[in-house]
Design a protein around this ligand. Sequence first.
Ligand code: HSE
Length: 297
Amino acid sequence: NEIRVFSPATVANVNCGFDVLGFALDGLGDEMVLRKVPEKGIKITKITGADLPFEPKENVVGVAGLAMLNSLDLDFGFEVEIHKKIRLGSGVGSSAASAAGIVYGINQFLERPISNLELTAFGMKGEAIASGNEHADNVAPCVYGGFTLITGYSPLSIVSLPVPDDLYVTIIHPQITIKTKEARAILPKQVSLQNAIKQSGNLAGLIAGLYTEDYELIASSTQDVLVEPYRKNLIPNFDFYKQTALENGGISFGISGSGPSMFTLCKGVKDAGNVEVALTNALKLKNMQGDSYISPV
Ligand code: HSE
């Protein structure tokens, strides 16, 4: 009656899909241990890797887990250990990994497991206390794996997208922290029709590119005219990193979720490695501490 759950880091938005697109990373993620106990509710017994509240109602894991336990009216509960490997506020879905991990874990103990769509809905309750808003673009790829598109929030509707075999991502994470709540607060509430048209063309282009394995279409479509112009100001030297990535083999570059991590899409692992070297040097040149990660998309 004990399981260990791996919950991957994720890249949300992917430039043209603010709040609706995201993909999971391979190998980078949190771990959680769940023990089924007769007492109802969630008891967080251990947290490593981050300074987070043990009180379930104040912890993403507790909130998402309790939402699921209460809704399903289960007559048992869980003791949970949380081992954070994804840094908080790094932009690769740390809170979503906690939220998705607990609901996915609980599901393994159910006689009649619920669907990924329902798990995502419960996970969003946890994500909301961390970011101030119920969005699923990190939780969904974390639960489903791969690349996901949220086609609607009310009702919640999610589609898994295909990914070309050679599509890789290089993540760089400058050691600054950005709170999603704050990165959302700086965004304008209205956008121009002209920009809405551009962004819908980009989103459609990226999805068509994924289905047809058209790397040029993926490259030209993975652009963000709505959010990046505002959020890039939170990341010192963003334009310099973008230029470096695109000059060294990257096909597109952007802010991962609400940042400060940045992602570069690449065709092939070799280009992803070249981009990683170039961006690591670029960080050094700007006297910025940081780390990096390469994964298939
Ligand atoms: N779509 C979200 C945002 C992802 O950009 O605010 C970060 O959690």
